[in-house]
Design a protein around this ligand. Structure first.
Ligand SMILES: NC(=O)c1ccc[n+]([C@@H]2O[C@H](COP(=O)([O-])OP(=O)(O)OC[C@H]3O[C@@H](n4cnc5c(N)ncnc54)[C@H](O)[C@@H]3O)[C@@H](O)[C@H]2O)c1
Length: 380
């Protein structure tokens, strides 16, 4: 069985779907691994390293994909990449609901069996395959570093001959995987950290990292699979009222609140920003799904008075070596689950195989992706 790993083509995407460490794992499954020349360079894995680890290097996309049974990518394929996938092959990559409908429809037409990192079920058995978690954790770490570098003050308490400097106050909204890593990073840098989440179950985790949990005293908002469920506008309005004062007193606010498949909830309004401290920074990790701050402009830096709002997209790609190492391991674990005796074994009754398969046999198997593809058909 032949595996192809093409170069990523999305702007700013520096990750790659294999690493020198994952290649031997894939080969142990009986796979031949073909990597497009230069695909790993930005992640710090030059062709020679990948070759030494056991990969074959293909000079271009066409030769990389030729005869591939399984294509491994980070980002969803572009339209032309989807059209170049061998008919009937399998694909593993991120497939968010924002994947262009025409790409989804080409996957359907070409009878691609597509597995999505987003759909891997969050069960203990699948933890090694959980790329959402591995990448979110890197995003949470980097968000604090970016925010700290932009603050006009230091984070830790300093007691010096020149006087005592109070520690910076950091507020983390959404204490999931990214939020918990942001809390841990901000604490290591010496900040006083507060965090909030609609799932009160995270209270103890927040406290064990040395942060204060700001309870919302609203009804529990736990949804399926450990995720939050979508909240009503009344709920969000009440939540904003409860956290407004905390936001005002913060130097750095990291927002990570997300609801799978939906627009991110607005937690910080324009009005709240206008009352923030001069020099305060918001790093909006939910920018990819619209942002948690009303003023976030995805992919951009916005300055409102003396407050800076950073809506950088895809922070894991800015730490490409570590992010690729983790993603490549997640991917090898998924491949290990799907492949037996050098062949793809598709048992759709299995929770992991059935759950993570987005497209198979000319059909989109996931409701949210089906809706995304239908929107495209309606427009066409
Ligand atoms: N294998 C596993 O069992 C496994 C793996 C990973 C995560 N999980 C669970 O899933 C949880 C969520 O994961 P995630 O980080 O990918 O979630 P996510 O990225 O979907 O959301 C981030 C956080 O935002 C919170 N949120 C949503 N709306 C909010 C609002 N209005 N205000 C404040 N916070 C809000 C969510 O509750 C979540 O904690 C984890 O914390 C964990 O408990 C389980």
């Amino acid at each position: 069985m032949r595996v192809a790993v093409p170069s990523e083509t999305v702007d700013g995407e520096r990750r790659v779907a294999v690493s020198p460490d994952s290649i031997p794992r894939l080969r142990a499954l009986g796979l031949e691994v073909w990597v497009q020349a230069g695909a790993g360079v930005e992640a710090g894995f030059p062709d020679t390293n990948l070759k030494d680890a056991g990969a074959e290097i293909a000079p271009d996309l066409v030769s990389c994909l030729k005869g591939a049974d399984l294509v491994c990518k980070v980002q969803p394929p572009s339209l032309s990449e989807a059209q170049a996938l061998p008919e009937g092959s399998a694909l593993i990559c991120f497939l968010p609901t924002s994947t262009p409908p025409d790409v989804l429809n080409v996957l359907v037409k070409r009878h691609i069996t597509a597995f999505s990192f987003e759909l891997v079920p969050r069960i203990s058995r699948a933890q090694a395959m959980d790329a959402l978690s591995s990448q979110a954790s890197i995003g949470g770490y980097k968000a604090v570093l970016i925010g700290a570098a932009r603050l006009p003050k230091i984070l830790p308490l300093q007691m010096t001959a020149a006087g005592t400097i109070a520690p910076a106050r950091v507020m983390v909204m959404g204490a999931g995987v990214a939020g918990l890593q942001a809390i841990a990073t901000a604490r290591r840098l010496g900040a006083v950290v507060e965090a909030t989440d609609v799932r009160s179950a995270v209270r103890e985790e927040v406290q064990s990292l040395g942060a204060t949990f700001v309870g919302l005293e609203l009804e529990a908002q736990e949804g399926e699979g450990g995720y939050a469920r979508e909240q009503s506008e009344e709920f969000l309005a009440r939540q904003r009222e409860l956290i407004a004062q905390r936001v005002e007193q913060s130097d750095l606010v990291i927002t990570t609140a997300a609801v799978p498949g939906r627009r991110a909830p607005i937690l910080i309004t324009k009005e709240m920003v206008s009352r923030m401290r001069a020099g305060a920074v918001i790093v909006d990790l939910a920018a990819d799904t619209g942002g948690n701050c009303e003023l976030t402009s995805p992919g951009e830096e916005v300055r409102v008075g003396d407050v800076v709002i950073l809506g950088w997209r895809n922070l894991p790609a800015t730490v490409p070596t570590t992010a690729s190492q983790m993603l490549a391991r997640n991917l090898a674990a998924i491949a290990g689950h799907l492949i037996a005796d050098g062949k793809l074994v598709l048992d759709f009754d299995d929770e992991i195989t059935g759950g993570s398969c987005a497209v198979h046999d000319g059909e989109i198997r996931n409701q949210l992706l089906r809706e995304a593809a239908q929107v495209g058909q309606a427009k066409a």
